[in-house]
Design a protein around this ligand. Sequence first.
Ligand code: 1CP
Length: 353
Amino acid sequence: VMSSATDTSPADRTAGSAFVRACRGQSVPHTPVWFMRQAGRSLPEYRSLRAGVRMLESCRQPDLVTEITLQPVRRHGVDAAIFFSDIMVPLDAAGVELDIVAGTGPVVAEPVRTLADLDRVRPLDPAAVSYVDEAVRMLTAELLDKPLIGFAGAPFTLASYLVEGGPSRNHTQTKALMYGDPQLWHALLDRLADITLTFLQVQIGAGVSAVQLFDSWVGALSEADYRQYVLPHSRKVLDGLADAGLPRIHFGVGTGLLLPAMAQAGADVVGVDWRTPLDQAAKQVPGHPVQGNLDPAVLFAPWEVVEREVRRVLAEGRAAPGHVFNLGHGVLPETDPTVLTRVVELVHTLSAR
Ligand code: 1CP
């Protein structure tokens, strides 16, 4: 008997999907695949929709968010959609003055470096992101049994943008604050954890089927520093979502030595970048499904190389109790989208049980 869109919850409708089942370590008809940063960037249909609309402005328009989120699902046939937004959206909604500048990324008007600055990082009122609630509801009504992944930036990665004032290579100001004023550091990360938790709870309340916590830049830390300065705050976020019972994916770049600690922070699924083979990652996080990890730059190589690397990632992924195929970081803007579509088809064909 087919169930209609309205008589079951999105979580129920998507529980049997390959993506949710793989996240739970259950058997799947094929390895599910989606791509970090699949919405936007490489798609001409995205660029034409976004023409003349600032990034943050586009995130506040549920119609636009819905269309941009669905574009890669239609085009590539990926197994999950990722909500179109940005990790800076909840900070903007919490009153931090910032912009997302094309070609640069997030730029914060006044960096947060002192106790007085911390006052400008207010708690997030869920009503301030009602456009997120609305867009998630519109999307789940369209996606039916295809899962929608919600996401947020983790406290460390958000802190890096706030303290540096923008993208940073070495995170020097961030580390100066972390080492120089641990009390202020922990107060800042605690506030960011609360904002992130509220932002994810809004998405879960509106019907996302899983969440991904992006700690993109945490690979800049040693394991000892991660455990001391970051883990308790990421744990506050991930533990705070436990009751919802949805898969929680935790991802960062350059985290080969942090994977066990990131799993301990409360992740169900551990996201792995392209530097760490998935079979090695699986050994480090026993019992956890893994997500990843084709090098996004491989998509620029000849197709035989792409095919070889996809086969290798699938083979290495079998060492874990579940595998969600993905790139090792986001789709690069210059990527040929037709290659992404071919990768989806290849993953599905090679992994069909
Ligand atoms: O398809 C999707 O994945 C959904 C859209 C999405 C996501 C998940 C966007 C749209 N941003 C993000 C998350 C995000 N934003 C992360 C975590 C993921 C990652 O590690 O890649 C990070 C670090 C950001 C910060 C950010 N926002 C950057 C990176 C800058 C840097 O420090 O190197 C950039 C360039 C942005 C802007 C942005 N976000 C999203 C888009 C499509 C864009 C480009 C904006 C534009 O069109 O002007």
